[in-house]
Write a protein that binds this ligand. Structure first.
Ligand code: FCB
Length: 478
């Protein structure tokens, strides 16, 4: 059933549910040259004029490199049991390979100590997009060697920190690295090269598989290892006749392969998706014997990031109407569109909690028994500190309420959902949007680095405390 909760109900999450918040190294740490850190592709990209809005960069960001104790206190004050952060490869291996930078490892040891002292479980992501620039100079993810270097880095981190990290995520959202970074060029390293993007897809997946095995060779057995994918449910508005239905079904398969199957099918089933547009598939010559088995070694969990779905309806790609977009190559009689009835965030992303509900049930069906964690979900809003010193982010409260409601219903209806990490703990460097887009449940005054919990953090803490999402209000405050 997909009906939204009616007032008065409220839904409990499963017992033992993990409640957390997420961040990523380049977005919050700052201290870009401190203690031997080498440059990453994001340093290079953000320092190239015109690449990031306002020419912002992550040099200082939230200065979490120095303020991690205060941030750990904030996590604790919200009652969260878990924190998802990422480890900066260029802090550990400033040139990507070779000499290890002990100071970088020491920083993460100190962070892990702080979390441990406060009873917060660390979930570490090894790669949240900050490839050492030295490896990019050798070809980056478009060359196979980078996958091997990634596994070496994983092994070094596991040796040093493996006794404290309780959940490992190899890669964050590899599709954003391929698509935004190599196909359309709006993220580092800023390439617009379909062939490179297809090669990057395979080498990221191989890097995931090799790193998972390198981790498992070192860390205490039973410590879960997974990957985080941002998944995009493809939702259909039916047409009037059989031809529409056939076109929509074809478009759904292609779109699903493009957004989801391209990473999901290799890790779950050891094959690239049959319906993917040929231009995104890695050429057979890049796929060596044994690669697909390495990539498909069983996951202990899947991290799911959810922001918005894709909507398809019958239409004429040659004559697009308002809110319609050209479909993927090879699709006829169907357009992608943005339903008028759905609200949007200030990123212009659709707000569609039912997409999350559908997605969780669908992945649970495709991968029976695999624990799922929502490793990111949240929204940007036009937050400001009001004269009373309060950030009353009602849009985010509503967004979280509706998405937590969808997650709780999905778990109740059979999804194998084990946890939720809100994106994000803090306002931070939002990649190509710089500091203009605020995703935090805690406001950051970037001039002073003061942290101010927003209304949404109090709402979230309440959900965490009761392990249940409250009934939806009869009307939402505006
Ligand atoms: C995801 C990223 C995360 C953040 C959110 C808004 O794609 O993983 O770093 O930028 O989007």
């Amino acid at each position: 059933m997909t009906n939204a909760t009616s007032p008065g109900e409220g839904i409990a999450f499963p017992a033992g549910f993990t409640w957390g918040a997420a961040t990523a190294a380049y977005q919050i740490e700052g201290a870009a040259t401190a203690d031997g850190r080498g440059p990453s592709v994001w340093d290079t990209f953000s320092h190239t004029p015109g690449k990031v809005r306002g020419d912002d960069n992550g040099d200082i960001a939230c200065d979490s490199y120095h303020r991690y104790r205060e941030d750990a206190d904030l996590i604790k004050s919200l009652g969260l049991s878990a924190y998802r952060f990422s480890i900066a490869w260029p802090r550990i291996l400033p040139s990507g390979a070779g000499k290890v930078n002990q100071a970088g490892l020491d920083y993460y040891k100190a962070l892990l100590d702080s979390l441990g002292e406060r009873g917060i479980e660390p979930a570490a992501t090894l790669y949240h997009w900050d490839l050492p620039q030295a490896l990019q100079d050798l070809g980056g993810w478009a060359v196979r060697d980078t996958a091997l270097r990634f596994a070496e880095y994983a092994s070094i981190v596991a040796e040093a920190l493996g006794d404290r990290i309780t959940k490992w995520i190899t890669l964050n959202e590899p599709i954003v690295v391929t698509h935004n970074g190599h196909r359309i060029g709006v993220h580092a390293p800023g390439l617009t090269d379909d062939a490179a993007a297809a090669a990057v897809t395979h080498h990221l997946l191989l890097g995931h598989g090799l790193a998972a095995s390198a981790l498992r060779a070192v860390i205490p057995s039973g410590t879960p290892v997974g990957i985080t994918l941002n998944l995009t449910p493809v939702r259909i508005t039916p047409g009037a006749n059989d031809e529409d239905a056939a076109n929509l079904e074809r478009a759904r398969l292609v779109s699903d392969a493009f957004h989801n199957g391209i990473f999901l099918d290799p890790v779950l089933f050891g094959r690239y998706p049959e319906h993917a547009p040929p231009s995104i598939l890695p050429p057979a010559g890049l796929i060596q014997d044994g690669d697909m088995a390495t990539i498909a070694a069983p996951l202990d969990f899947l991290g799911v990031n959810y922001y918005q779905p894709a909507h398809l309806r019958p239409g004429d790609p040659g004559h697009l109407l308002r809110t319609e977009e050209p479909p993927l190559p090879g699709i006829t009689g169907v357009v992608q569109y943005r339903p008028d009835e759905l609200e949007r965030t200030c990123m212009d992303w659709l707000i569609d909690p039912e997409g999350l509900y559908e997605l969780l049930l669908r992945v649970s069906k495709d991968a029976p028994g695999l624990p799922l964690y929502i490793t990111e979900n949240g929204c940007a809003a036009e937050d400001y500190l009001n004269p009373d010193g309060v950030v009353d982010d009602r849009e985010r409260v509503k967004f979280l309420h509706l998405h937590l409601d969808a997650a709780a219903r999905a778990a109740r209806d059979g999804a194998n959902l084990a946890g939720y990490y809100v994106w994000s703990l803090l306002d931070n460097f939002e990649w190509a949007y710089g500091y203009q887009k605020r995703f935090g449940i805690i406001y950051v005054d970037f001039a002073t680095q003061r942290r101010i919990p927003k209304a949404s953090s109090a709402f979230y803490a309440g959900v965490v405390r009761s392990n249940a999402v409250p009934p939806a209000p009869a009307t939402w405050p505006s």
